[in-house]
Write a protein that binds this ligand. Structure first.
Ligand code: SF4
Length: 364
């Protein structure tokens, strides 16, 4: 049996809803974790996770909407992409992760009723055959962290192969390229990795994520296979030595990738609600950035003071521009004023952020 990645070795229980006990996802999990006998929950029975200190994998029959709008905010320039909701929670536990405020347990949920997912997606995409979609799965979980067990992204890519109007972004901090051989058209899949300063990747991402080098090496493999990749500097963190750190990461990017191999690069400053601050202080007492100079934004979230944000964004944008990127760069959840101060232009100058990123995603 192939050894599982270390970030999956902590799974101590598998629980499955009876309705999906024979689903392809459940069958794969059985094969990959033969030493764990799945507990089957009858219809209406709830999972009791107690105060589990180890990860529980829960294959669930999901009854909500799978295709959703990104929970961006109307107050700032939002990128307008849609989420394909495939599950919730993540075993990687980055110190800054918003999921620790959403899900205060160690239950990794996977929506195993994929037939319902396929039905909903088909209805949405077939009802609007002329509309293009930019979708991604990395909002409530990491897109690929459970891939070695579930093969979920592989299934999704195979399914979406019949819908050329859809571009799927797979956003991750691990390296798993096992989905690659089912891609029909590499221009419709955007592998994406989170980037940060090396000190943040080393100390705030808990050691089980792939290193920045490994992420960029995987991005290069994808680029050589004809994919364009995305990079996300989100959250950027203000810490002593941030200039050298982010400059080093930019150097590494251009050691691995040519500008034309990159579809887009986002930049977002660390932002948080009070709940997340409490979680970070409790769970990661060594993470000093949480005590930085924050101010409440019009969306109610705490964010770094604007002059400090602009300074960081400008520094990073200038370095990326020197490497040959320009129209690929965008800011996550920032106002026109901040855009202007960083890039000397607003999303309107690009035809609107939604349209611009759609064009970038589809390689126009
Ligand atoms: S990889 Fe992403 S989803 Fe997982 S813990 Fe880190 S920030 Fe959260």
């Amino acid at each position: 049996m192939k050894t599982l990645p270390t970030y999956l070795q902590g799974i101590s229980r598998v629980v499955v809803d009876a309705a999906v006990a024979d689903s392809p996802v459940a069958q794969r999990v059985r094969e990959k974790l033969p030493h764990l006998t799945a507990e089957v929950l009858a219809e209406g029975e709830a999972l009791s996770s107690g105060l589990a200190r180890e990860d529980i994998l829960y294959l669930k029959r999901y009854r909500g909407r799978f295709l959703r709008h990104c929970p961006g905010t109307s107050h700032y320039r939002c990128c307008g992409y849609q989420i394909v909701h495939i599950g919730e929670n993540c075993p990687l536990r980055c110190s800054y992760c918003i999921l620790q405020a959403y899900f205060q347990d160690r239950v990794l949920k996977v929506w195993a009723n994929q037939d319902d997912l396929w039905r909903e997606l088909d209805q949405a995409f077939s009802a609007n055959p002329d509309r293009r979609y930019r979708v991604g799965t990395g909002e409530f979980t990491d897109s690929l962290v459970l891939e070695a067990l579930t093969g979920y992204s592989r299934d999704l890519i195979e399914f979406l192969g019949s819908y050329p109007q859809v571009c799927l972004e797979l956003k991750s901090k691990v390296v798993d390229l096992s989905w690659m051989d089912v891609v029909r058209d590499p221009s419709r899949v955007l592998p994406a990795w989170s980037m940060n300063a090396p000190a943040i990747a080393d100390h705030e991402e808990q050691g089980e994520c792939a290193s920045l080098e490994e992420r960029l090496a995987a991005a290069r493999t994808c680029a050589r296979e004809g994919f364009r990749v995305c990079l996300h500097f989100d959250p950027m963190i203000h810490f002593p030595g941030w200039q050298e750190g982010y400059a080093r990461t930019v150097e590494m990017i251009f050691d691995h990738l040519r500008p034309e191999e990159i579809a887009y690069v986002s930049m977002g400053s660390f932002r948080h609600m009070p709940d997340l601050k409490r979680c970070i202080i409790e769970n990661f007492p060594g993470s000093g950035y949480i005590h930085g100079e924050f101010i409440t934004g019009i969306d109610g979230k705490q964010r770094l003071l604007r002059p400090l944000r602009v300074e960081q964004f400008r520094f990073l944008a200038d370095a990326l521009r020197r490497g040959g990127l320009d129209r690929q760069l965008y800011l996550c959840m920032e106002s026109d004023e901040v855009w202007q101060a960083v890039f000397g232009r607003t999303p309107a100058d690009l035809g609107g952020l939604y349209r611009h990123l759609m064009a970038q995603a589809f390689g126009e």
